[in-house]
Structure formats: structure tokens, C-alpha cells
Write a protein that binds this ligand. Structure first.
Ligand code: PLP
Length: 357
């Protein structure tokens, strides 16, 4: 075991990388050789350990399984060359995780453990970062309650993990979205802005219903009036209406996406008109009818920019005859991925490069 200042490190005796096809790794099925684990007990986080990835033993009474006191993050590592792997805005992921933890009563994790932990894992498992463009090493930090007690109360024990997984591109084709009048994702005062397990569990049934009707994802509307657009399954949503980029404002019910923020910053940098505001589904459908809805795309870490080919609402559809991203979505996709892969200047200081010896 090596102990550096922050982590106790136990290296895997043998790598499993030969068993994995990094050109076609799927999504979230294969995991790199190492993981970070840190326990919280006796009122504090203990020494974090980096060790071989593997199963953990839990009791069926584990309270996180029953009451979902659990938060997570998602970011990616990008292969630049044999000596450099890039991370994109992990500080933002840390800040969001800290806010999610606060909302879910999980003790805050130190910033250095989160950020240096990711870097240390990348240094150890750099060979797991796929070289094929579009493929990346997905990084999943998460924290959850770890009391062996079935009681719906704030836990006394927690675990924090970081695991990493080589992944291919997420959405390969344009997506079809539908609204629903029956279900909602998040309510004001609820946990919509936190990246917490229950939000995803709650969205499964409506998403399954949407799939049965031939759509890929639900375009969520606000819970009070079923009028204003919120976001999509695991993406924020952008509309290009009459040359203006419009995205719903953050009002506590939407996940504040890192990609969303990056697109807004880029748009401002390019002097492209951009509005963060409430946008009703009626406005979207009307813009479609008036031929003013130029593009719709989702924005998130997994896909970066995912083109939308259909927005369906209340028996009507706006469709786009596309087989890839539209020009605006493509411009953002290229700008962001070029920065991520170290092919373009990084005027916003978004990149942290991990050097490999
Ligand atoms: C509900 C939800 N909205 C939006 C996003 C996009 O966020 P980001 O750009 O940080 O990946 C995600 C993905 O993390 C998500 O799960």
C-alpha cells in the first residue's frame, strides 16, 4: 500500500483491461481497475482509500436502498495524447455535488478528495481512457447513507465512492420527445435541482410510457401549471427560435447542467443572443407552426449536444427533417468537444489536464 498525502493506495495486482473493447464499451457496464472509497463514521469522513474496483458487501437493511439518501455526479475524462488526459469543469461537478449533499443531509466531501481523487484515479487507470474519438472514461462520484438500519431518518454513516467506466457515445440518433400532462419530474421546494437517486427512479415510469408511444424521452413541464418547459430525462433543453437561443431558467426544479452552463457561456462569448427564461410549450409549438423553431437540442455530459427530431405535445408534433445535429447544436458540440479533447484554445479555463508519465 502506498500512502500519499490524501489517499491510501492499493494497486490492482492485474489489470482487466485486456477483456474490454474500448472501441465499443457500451455505457456503464465495464469499470476500470481502481475505485476510491471513503467512509463516514463517528461524525467524520475517514481516510480515503484507492483500491481495486470490486464488489462491496452490504446488508439488506442498508438505509440508502430503502430511503434513497443518495447523491451522485457524472463527468468524463478525454484522451488527448499518450501523456495527457483532460477533465472538463470538474469544479462545477464538485460544487453541484456539495449542493446535492446539503439538500440530502449528506455530510460534505472535501473538494480536494473529490477533485484529486478523480485525478489520481485517472493517473492509475489512464489506459482505460478510450483513444477513439467520442468514447471517453465516464467518472461517477457518489455518496450514500450507509446505516444498517431500516429507519427513515438522517443516517449516521455514509460512503463516498468514485468509480470510472469506459463509455461510447450516448445518443447515436436524433431523439423524439413528448410532454406528459399526467406526470411531473420535480416540484418547487422539492429536490429537482439535486442530483439525487429518487429523481431518476420517479422518472422511469413516465419514460417507459413515452417509449411505448414511440418516443425516446419525456420533455418535462412544470408541476404547477403543466405549461412551462423544464428539461429532458438526463439533459437540459435548448430551443433556437428566430435566431435566439432559449433555455428554461433555473428555478430550483431543474438540474443545473454543466453542459447547459457551458453553452450559455459560449453563446455570450460569441455574442449570440441567448435567453434563460420561462418558455411555455405553447410558445414552442407555435414557433414550430410559424416556421420559427429552427432547432431543438438536449445538452448534457453524456451526449454533449443531442439533436431533437420531434417535439410532441397534446396530440401535435413539430418535426425536424434531420439525421444529425443542426448547425447551432453542431457549433456548440464542436466548440465544447474541441476544448475537451485539447484541439482548441480554452479561453474559459475549463480544462484540468492530468499528465501521465
Ligand atoms: C436531470 C438531468 N438534467 C440535466 C443533466 C445535464 O447535466 P450535465 O450537463 O452536468 O451533465 C443531467 C445529467 O447530468 C441530468 O441528469
Amino acid at each position: 500500500m502506498i500512502t500519499d498525502t490524501l489517499f491510501d493506495i492499493t494497486k490492482a495486482s492485474e489489470s482487466r483491461i485486456a477483456d474490454v473493447d474500448l472501441d465499443a464499451p457500451g455505457f456503464g457496464r465495464e469499470f476500470a481497475d481502481h475505485m476510491l472509497e471513503m467512509e463516514y463514521r463517528d461524525g467524520q469522513w475517514q481516510q480515503p482509500e484507492i483500491k481495486p474496483f470490486g464488489s462491496i458487501e452490504i446488508t439488506p437493511a442498508l438505509n440508502a436502498l430503502h430511503y434513497a439518501q443518495s447523491v451522485f455526479e457524472g463527468t468524463k475524462a478525454y484522451y488527448v495524447d499518450g501523456s495527457t488526459i483532460n477533465l472538463f469543469r470538474v469544479q462545477k461537478n464538485y460544487e453541484r455535488m456539495a449542493r446535492s449533499c446539503e439538500r440530502m443531509c449528506i455530510p460534505t466531501i472535501e473538494k480536494d478528495i473529490f477533485i484529486e481523487g478523480i485525478k489520481e484515479l485517472i493517473r492509475l487507470d489512464h489506459q482505460w481512457v478510450p483513444e477513439k474519438e467520442g468514447n471517453t472514461l465516464y467518472i461517477r462520484p457518489f455518496a450514500c447513507a450507509f446505516d444498517p438500519i431500516i429507519s427513515a431518518r438522517v443516517a449516521e454513516q455514509y460512503r463516498f465512492y468514485i468509480i470510472t467506466s469506459p463509455v461510447g457515445s450516448y445518443y447515436e440518433r436524433p431523439v423524439k420527445l413528448t410532454t406528459t400532462q399526467q406526470y411531473v419530474r420535480a416540484v418547487k421546494g422539492g429536490v429537482g435541482a439535486a442530483k439525487t437517486a429518487g429523481n431518476y427512479a420517479a422518472s422511469l415510469y413516465p419514460a417507459q410510457q413515452a417509449k411505448k408511444e414511440g418516443f425516446d424521452q419525456v420533455l418535462w413541464l412544470d408541476a404547477e401549471e403543466h405549461t412551462y418547459v423544464e428539461e429532458v430525462g438526463t439533459m437540459n433543453i435548448f430551443f433556437v427560435i428566430d435566431g435566439v437561443l432559449v433555455t428554461p431558467s433555473l428555478r430550483g426544479t431543474i438540474l443545473p447542467g454543466v453542459t447547459r452552463d457551458s453553452i450559455i457561456e459560449l453563446a455570450k462569448h460569441w455574442d449570440m443572443p441567448v435567453e434563460e427564461r420561462r418558455i411555455s410549450i405553447e410558445e414552442v409549438m407555435q414557433a414550430g407552426k410559424d416556421d420559427k423553431l429552427e432547432e431543438v437540442f438536449g445538452a448534457g455530459t453524456a451526449a454533449v449536444v443531442a439533436p431533437v427530431e420531434e417535439v410532441h405535445h397534446d396530440g401535435q408534433s413539430v418535426t425536424f427533417d434531420i439525421d444529425g445535429r443542426g448547425p447551432v447544436g453542431q457549433k456548440f458540440y464542436k466548440a465544447i468537444t474541441d476544448i475537451q479533447y485539447g484541439k482548441a484554445e480554452d479561453p474559459f479555463d475549463w480544462i484540468a489536464s492530468v499528465k501521465i508519465d
